[in-house]
Design a protein around this ligand. Structure first.
Ligand code: ZN
Length: 317
C-alpha cells in the first residue's frame, strides 16, 4: 500500500518535471524565434540585402542600420556610406542625383558625394544662400553661397608697387601674409606680383554687366562671378603671377610650382585647382589664391580637397 503510493507520487513528479522541461524548451525556442524575427539581420534580409551586404551594414552606426531596416532595398546605400566624405543630411540628395544622372551606368560615388556636398548638383546661382560671416577668414563664397548684399570689408589697404601692379587693395592681414610669403619666395629666387586683389561690389558688377551686355548671360557666368558671389569682393583673394607671366602660361612656371607647394605656410590656398571645375564652378586658375589663415590653410592643403568640399564637410553647420 505504502509502496504503490510512493510509486504513484514518483510517476506524477516525473510527468510534472517533463512538462516543466517542455515548457522551458518551448519558451527558449519562442524567445529565440522572437529575437530572430525582430533582429536587424532578419529585417535587412526581408528588405532584400544579401548575407554579405547585411554583414557590411551591421558594421555601420546604429542609426544607419535602423534606417536600412525601415526602408526598401537600396543598392547605393553601402557604397555611399563607405565614402569618406559622406554626409547623412545629404543622403536623399545623393540618391536623387544618382537616379537623375547615372541611370544604369556605373556610379562614381566619390564624385556624387563631392558634388552634392558643395551644392553643385544644382545649376550655378540656384539654391543660393548667404555665407556665414561669423566664420571670419574661413567664409565660403562660391556660386551657391554669397556675401551679404553689397558687402565691403572695412580694413582694406593700398598695396605698394613693390608687391603689386598699380591700384591693388587688400585686407590688412592678407597684405601682411602676402608680404611674408613674397619675402620667402624672393629668398629662394622667385618674384611674386599681384595682378588683381580686392574688387568692390560696384567694380564686380561693372565687369559682370559688361560681359553680359556684350556676350550674354551664359558667357558672363562662365568668365566672371556675379557681384556678391565673387571671392575678390571678400578682400581675401589675390591673383598672383610672376613678372611677365599671364593666365595662359603661369601654371607652367617655376614660381607657380613654388607657390603650390608653399602658399599654405603663409595662409593661402589654391582656390580653383585643375580638374575640379565641376566642384568649384571655375576653370583651373593657377594664379588665384585665397587667404584663410595659416592653421586652416595647412588643414585644407593636407586634405587635398577643394575649399568648397573642405568647408561643406568640416566647417558647415
Ligand atoms: Zn582671381
Amino acid at each position: 500500500m505504502y509502496y504503490t503510493k510512493k510509486r504513484r507520487i514518483k510517476k506524477k513528479s516525473i510527468i510534472v518535471l517533463i512538462v516543466i522541461i517542455l515548457m522551458i524548451i518551448l519558451a527558449v525556442i519562442g524567445i529565440n524565434l522572437y529575437k530572430y524575427y525582430t533582429s536587424d539581420e532578419y529585417k535587412l534580409g526581408q528588405a532584400g540585402y544579401s548575407e554579405k551586404e547585411i554583414a557590411d551594414i551591421l558594421k555601420f552606426d546604429k542609426k544607419y542600420i535602423t534606417y536600412a531596416t525601415e526602408h526598401d532595398y537600396e543598392d547605393d546605400f553601402i557604397p555611399l556610406l563607405r565614402e569618406k566624405y559622406f554626409l547623412w543630411k545629404n543622403y536623399d540628395k545623393y540618391i536623387k542625383y544618382i537616379d537623375d544622372e547615372y541611370g544604369n551606368t556605373k556610379v562614381d560615388y566619390s564624385r556624387v558625394v563631392s558634388l552634392v556636398n558643395v551644392g553643385a548638383n544644382n545649376e550655378p546661382y540656384t539654391h543660393t544662400k548667404k555665407t556665414d560671416m561669423d566664420k571670419g577668414y574661413a567664409i565660403l563664397v562660391n556660386k551657391y553661397t554669397s556675401l551679404p548684399e553689397k558687402y565691403a570689408p572695412d580694413d582694406i589697404v593700398e598695396m605698394s608697387n613693390w608687391y603689386a601692379y598699380p591700384d591693388n587693395r587688400i585686407r590688412k592681414d592678407v597684405y601682411d601674409a602676402f608680404k611674408e610669403m613674397s619675402e620667402a619666395a624672393k629668398e629662394e629666387g622667385y618674384t611674386l606680383i599681384v595682378n588683381s586683389s580686392y574688387r568692390s561690389y560696384d567694380e564686380q558688377k561693372e565687369i559682370y554687366d559688361d560681359y553680359e551686355s556684350n556676350r550674354g548671360k551664359e558667357y558672363a557666368d562662365k568668365y566672371a562671378a556675379r557681384p556678391d558671389f565673387s571671392e575678390h569682393q571678400t578682400g581675401l583673394s589675390l591673383d598672383i603671377f610672376s613678372p611677365g607671366a599671364n593666365m595662359s602660361n603661369f601654371a607652367d612656371t617655376e614660381t607657380f610650382k613654388w607657390l603650390s607647394k608653399n602658399s599654405y605656410k603663409f595662409g593661402f590656398i589654391l582656390r580653383y585647382p585643375e580638374n575640379k571645375e565641376d566642384i568649384t564652378g571655375y576653370s583651373y586658375e593657377a594664379w588665384h589664391y585665397r587667404y584663410v589663415g595659416k592653421e586652416l590653410a595647412k588643414k585644407v592643403y593636407d586634405s587635398d580637397l577643394t575649399y568648397d568640399e573642405y568647408y561643406a564637410y568640416y566647417l558647415d553647420d
